[in-house]
Write a protein that binds this ligand. Structure first.
Ligand code: HEM
Length: 256
């Protein structure tokens, strides 16, 4: 609740009651593509790991010192990933097309609707992301400002994850058809290098996933439901200072 200081100076300030309004946060198209992408990525990681199980070549370490293998046998047993190579390949190559199509649709949609402007980082995004991190860790008191819908850390992460998706598709096709797409495979440093990139992208996806889930849990229920309904309920005072902006009104009109 705030005080109305714009009224007659003779009369005491009147309290302003907050009202709740629903503001469109995510368009229908973005919501659909977001929720289609979620099971697709899970299937791609799960089937990819079934493929990797058959030829486990990577470890984390320096020179001959090996910190850990990707992954211990117990990992495959616990997730029931072993002895399923053929099924893994069948799923991976089928869903790869859906993942690619959804990715292309997302890029076209984001470009046509101008939504990309809400996501692109700029020169100050790295510094801004650090401020967001310090605020999240409760080291910095004031909340860093948002530029439009997202803060700088969100802009940086979402752009990065779109780039990861792009890299997953490119490296995937480079190892899928290394002869027919020899130029692509060559650009990625050859078959072995493209395979390493493909695997590293998977690890990065898993890390993003974990941080994303934590951030969503931290941002709260209202934020989560906005990705389902499209709308986020926010408080405004009766003076309407937090009301829908003209830009958002046109977005709501376009969303139908
Ligand atoms: C979210 C997207 C994706 C994820 C998380 C993912 C993950 C993985 C993983 C973990 C592997 C095993 C890597 C290895 O053995 O070195 C793999 C293999 C592979 N992936 Fe993907 N992948 C994705 C998308 C794609 C796409 C779009 C294609 C395109 C066709 C693709 C094609 C392949 C191929 C050809 C292999 C190797 C199969 C083999 O060695 O027989 N992947 N993927």
């Amino acid at each position: 609740m705030s005080l109305d200081t714009n009224s007659d100076p003779q009369s005491p300030p009147q309290p302003i009651e907050p009202t709740k309004i629903a503001v469109l946060k995510h368009r229908r198209g973005s919501r659909w593509m977001h929720w289609i992408n979620f099971p697709l990525i899970v299937i791609m990681i799960w089937s990819g790991l079934r493929i990797y199980w058959a030829n486990r070549v990577y470890a984390f370490g320096i020179l001959s010192w090996e910190w850990f293998m990707f992954f211990p046998e117990s990992f495959y047993t616990a997730l029931d990933l072993n002895q399923r190579l053929a099924r893994g390949i069948a799923f991976h190559f089928t869903f790869a097309w859906l993942f690619t199509l959804n990715g292309i649709a997302f890029v076209i949609y984001t470009w046509r609707t101008g939504e990309w402007r809400e996501m692109v980082p700029n020169r100050k995004s790295l510094r801004g992301s650090l401020d967001v991190l310090l605020h999240d860790l409760r080291i910095r008191k004031t909340e860093p400002p948002k530029r439009g819908r997202y803060n700088e850390a969100q802009r940086l992460t979402y752009s990065l994850v779109i780039f990861l998706g792009f890299l997953a598709i490119l490296s995937g096709f480079a190892i899928f058809k290394p002869t027919q797409l020899s130029i692509l495979t060559w650009i990625l440093g050859g078959y072995t290098s493209a395979r390493v990139i493909h695997f590293a992208v998977t690890i990065a996806f898993v890390l993003f996933f974990l941080v994303h889930i934590l951030q969503v849990a931290r941002a709260g229920w209202r934020n989560f439901t906005s990705m389902v309904t499209g709308y986020e309920v926010t408080e405004t005072d009766t003076s309407g200072s937090n009301r829908t902006s003209p830009a958002r009104q046109s977005m709501e009109a376009a969303d139908g």
